[in-house]
Design a protein around this ligand. Structure first.
Ligand code: NAD
Length: 296
């Protein structure tokens, strides 16, 4: 069993750290929130007074932070973690951030002989709690092989996407596609419903036809069609519109850097930004259906 420092114990990091404990790893945690640290202490973790103190003598560092600036601030610079870690430590940053920052931290780690991987996740809070996340990893083959067992305590699908930053690129591509097929699914269902079709019947038809997609399969946006979907629970998240807008912003950077004309992605971004501005930021992203249902 490994000794792990876990930095960032929010909605995702908290349950992920608990799954490491449940798998028998020894976990030392740090978060700016005392309350978040106390919840992990109650689950069996030790709590450190700083990120640096948490990493003292560990084999792995895992972080789950909000954005690129938090990751850069944690790892880079004279007072950052990389400057004080031994070269046999493996660092796994599971935050969803811009690929450029992941590459920068990855290169800095490599220059010090430290194995680093960006390892953003798909699956949300429920999958974090259930230990069924999908990890998309960017880093060397050697670091990937070293990290795989630890990640398997928190997720069930673990992919090596390529070098540093590739995990973030994979995540950006996936979430842009998710936004597009969710919006398309909302439009198709509303179109059918206003033409007198039962959305449940239409969903069955499209699931057995070429319109089949993940939003229809497990996350139907029409209220009442799928009992456990956020749509049937007043669009309680789930996956918040605010997070979708954040991820679409990252996806736009990825497309722009590569010179890809992602017209549908840009349209999805502007539709989700409008939905967010209308006061829906903390609702589930499938609430985009209401853009179509409410009278103008
Ligand atoms: P969150 O806001 O709930 O948690 C972030 C935590 O990081 C907070 O507890 C905060 O106190 C802590 N933190 C911030 N700066 C810190 C620092 N310098 N040192 C230590 N702790 C610090 O966010 P979350 O929902 O857990 O998301 C974390 C990451 O996972 C984000 O990058 C997000 O995009 C990604 N993600 C979230 C979901 C989701 O459904 N929530 C799904 C997939 C990926």
């Amino acid at each position: 069993m490994a000794s792990v420092a876990f930095i960032g114990l929010g909605n995702m990091g908290g349950p992920m750290a608990k799954n490491l404990l449940a798998a028998g790893h020894s976990v030392c945690v740090f978060d700016l929130s005392t309350e978040a640290c106390e919840a992990l202490e109650a689950a069996g973790a030790s709590v450190a007074a700083s990120a640096a103190a948490a990493t003292d003598g560990v084999e792995y560092v895992v972080s789950m932070l909000p954005a690129g600036k938090h990751v850069a601030g944690t790892y880079l610079g004279e007072s950052g973690l990389l400057a004080q870690l031994n070269s046999d430590v493996t660092v796994l940053d599971c935050s969803t951030i811009d690929a450029a920052t992941s590459r920068e931290v990855g290169a800095a780690a490599e220059a010090m002989g430290i194995g680093f991987m960006d390892a953003p996740v798909s699956g949300g809070v429920a999958a974090a709690a259930a230990g069924t996340l999908t990890f998309m990893c960017g880093g060397s083959e050697e670091t990937f092989l070293k990290a795989r067992e630890l990640l398997s305590a928190m997720g069930k699908n673990i992919f090596h996407a390529g070098p540093h930053g590739a995990g973030q690129v994979a995540k950006g591509c996936n979430n842009m596609l998710l936004a597009i097929h969710m919006l398309g699914t909302c439009e198709a269902l509303e179109m059918g419903a206003r033409n007198g079709l039962d959305p449940a019947v239409l969903s069955e038809i499209m699931l057995a036809s070429s319109g089949r997609n993940w939003s229809l399969e497990v996350y139907n946006p029409y209220p009442g069609v799928m009992e456990n979907a956020p749509a049937s629970n007043d669009y309680q998240p789930g996956f918040m519109v605010d997070l979708m807008v954040k991820d679409l912003g990252l996806a736009m950077d990825i497309a722009k850097d590569a010179g890809v004309d992602n017209a549908l992605g840009q349209l999805a971004q502007s539709l989700y930004e409008g939905h967010q501005a209308a006061g829906n930021g903390s609702r589930d992203f499938s609430s985009a259906l209401e853009r179509l249902r409410k009278p103008a």
